[in-house]
Design a protein around this ligand. Structure first.
Ligand code: ADP
Length: 539
């Protein structure tokens, strides 16, 4: 008996629209079909586990195969399968309503923005029509006495259901690949897609008989089962070209949202690329995206690794994502975990922590700069390094300098250098007077960090060592007699004015009694900072 029917939707031409909107991400069809096959397999496992399926479970692998001659790709599973009734219900009604809903939502949106939405959009079964002009389902349900069923659809709203020829439980989805999608008949291309999306799926996936996935990636295991080597090996698997990470955090929470993962702190080198090796987002071990901008706080994007959560809504727009309650909770959770880990390391192994500070510090500073709340969590582990290579916490440092280094407004003066080679003479001059000088010489971040610290630490004033003469920067309370007479000072000034021949300079002559430098050129802090700001903001 053969039955014909019409899928009841208002949109006649659903497939051209699917094609158009999913254009940049055609390859996702394979992820969707494999994910469905995986779901069907896991459902069967569960039914067997609770005694609702008594048959032989067997090996539940998912097989992807290419028949180049016939121009087909087949995705087969040994999962629960579907009867003709199931197909009518799940494919014609459920799946199709999902597809029409999608189109309703996006047909009017302009392409620019919608691409991003759709990159994450699980179109499910109907995404097969992005690459196929004909799709066939042949399925044998696990239900006792079920008969095989076949469904065919040629990319219009018409479909055909008939009895199928299938002896083994499960489902074959056969795609007749369209002329403009022939690239997907290439095995290397398919392998690339499976590697990207299905590399860590929990059920064996084979491409032409070869297993492509690791079914138990480390984030699915318990930390107690894992050694450092396992974490390092997994990092290498994710980012083969990158140096070993410094340390990592194993995430595992199931309430109030479900999230697992492993986050790594990368080693930050001079040529560290913020935008390479990104965090990968998974949902139940299926790769979704490495655009996690809206899911993790900006500064955590410096981290590497994997986050797996079925609770991150993926089929919604980005502005919605940012306000989503789960995403907010996830953000908060990850931030807290990271801060806790840093604190633990600092408390347990301060020396090791200091050794890693070049990299960790970049991250902590970036966090403090970009996330208001992070400062409260990180202020106890944020270190400052002085010109002698000693590390202090913020509190320790204040304690260290506050007796000797204040200005006339009773602010504690934090002297710093951002270029110890060029500022060497100033540093040693300060050192000779027993003042301490900080090194804040990370060009990528420290000029902003200085300003941020100054605003966060009450009664603090950050001055670069050449911001003024030492006894102007630091008020020692003792008036110093000038050793120059006014006349001498004027003469010296004239000599310099002539030699420098630059009206823009504001020349002052004074004797520096405690300073061994005969002449200093200073640049007022506020002026220099204004210039730096102008430079970094491209003015
Ligand atoms: P979703 O997977 O998001 O529910 P789909 O459009 O991908 O939507 O699929 C719709 C339904 O069709 C699934 O929920 C499932 O019931 C059924 N289905 C799809 N593929 C298979 C398969 N390989 N085996 C069994 N059932 C399937």
């Amino acid at each position: 008996m053969q039955e014909k029917g019409t899928i009841s939707v208002s949109t006649e031409n659903i497939f051209p629209i699917i094609k158009k909107f999913l254009y940049s991400d055609h390859e996702i069809f394979l992820r969707e079909l494999v994910a469905n096959a995986m779901d069907a397999s896991q459902k069967l496992k569960r039914l067997a586990a609770i005694g609702e399926y008594q048959g032989e479970v067997g090996e539940l692998k998912v097989q992807v195969s290419i028949d180049e001659e016939a121009g087909t790709i087949t995705v087969s599973d040994a999962g629960i399968g579907m009867t003709a009734e199931d197909i009518k219900k799940y494919i014609n009604q459920v799946a199709f309503s999902g597809a029409t809903e999608f189109i309703e939502q996006y047909k009017d949106s302009d392409q620019g923005d919608s691409k991003e939405i759709i990159g994450h959009f699980g179109m499910g079964f109907y995404s097969a029509f992005m690459v196929a002009d004909k799709v066939k389902i042949v399925s044998l349900s696990h239900k006792e006495g079920a008969e095989a069923a076949q469904w065919e659809c040629e990319g219009s709203t018409e479909f055909e259901i008939s009895p199928g020829e299938k002896k083994e439980r499960g489902t074959d989805i056969v795609l007749q690949v369209a002329e403009d999608s022939k690239e997907f008949l290439n095995k290397a291309r398919l392998r690339g897609i499976l590697d990207k999306y299905c590399k860590f799926l929990p059920i064996t996936i084979e491409l032409d008989g070869e297993q492509i996935n690791n079914t138990t990636p480390i984030w699915t295991k318990s930390p107690s089962e894992l050694k450092d080597e396992d974490y390092l090996a997994f990092f290498k698997e994710l980012y083969p070209m990158s140096p070993d990470p410094l340390f990592w955090i194993h995430l595992n929470v199931d309430y109030p949202f479900n999230l697992t993962g492993v986050l790594y702190f990368p080693k930050i080198t001079n040529n560290f690329d913020l935008y390479k090796d990104k965090i990968q987002l998974y949902s139940r071990q299926v790769f979704i995206t490495d655009e996690v901008k809206d899911v993790v706080p900006e500064f955590l994007m410096l981290l590497r690794g994997v986050i797996d959560s079925p609770d991150i809504p993926l089929n919604v727009s980005r502005s919605y994502l940012q306000s989503d309650a789960n995403v907010k909770k996830i953000n908060g959770y990850v931030t807290r975990k990271v801060a806790d880990k840093l604190e633990e390391l600092f408390k347990k192994e301060r020396t090791a922590f200091e050794e890693k500070w070049e990299s960790v510090g970049f991250f902590v500073k970036y966090g403090i700069l970009s996330d208001e709340k992070f400062y409260d969590k990180a202020k106890n582990i944020c270190l400052l390094k002085n010109s002698e290579g000693k590390y202090f916490t913020l509190d320790e440092y204040r304690e260290h300098i506050q007796a000797a280094q204040t200005d006339k407004n009773e602010n504690v003066v934090y002297l710093y250098s951002n270029d110890p080679d060029k500022q060497d003479a100033y540093i040693s001059s300060a050192r000779k007077q027993n003042y301490d000088v900080l090194l804040l010489d990370n060009q990528m971040i420290d000029s902003h960090f200085v300003g941020s610290l100054e605003s966060k630490i009450p009664n603090s004033s950050f001055k670069r060592v050449d911001a003024d003469t030492m006894d102007k920067l630091i008020d020692t309370g003792t008036e110093k007699e000038s050793v120059l007479s006014e006349e001498e000072a004027t003469k010296i000034k004239e000599v310099f004015e002539k030699t420098l021949n630059n009206n823009a300079l504001n020349l002052q002559v004074e004797a520096l009694p405690t300073d061994e430098l005969p002449v200093v050129i200073t640049v007022p802090e506020f002026m220099r900072r204004a210039q730096e700001m102008a430079k970094t903001s491209g003015m």
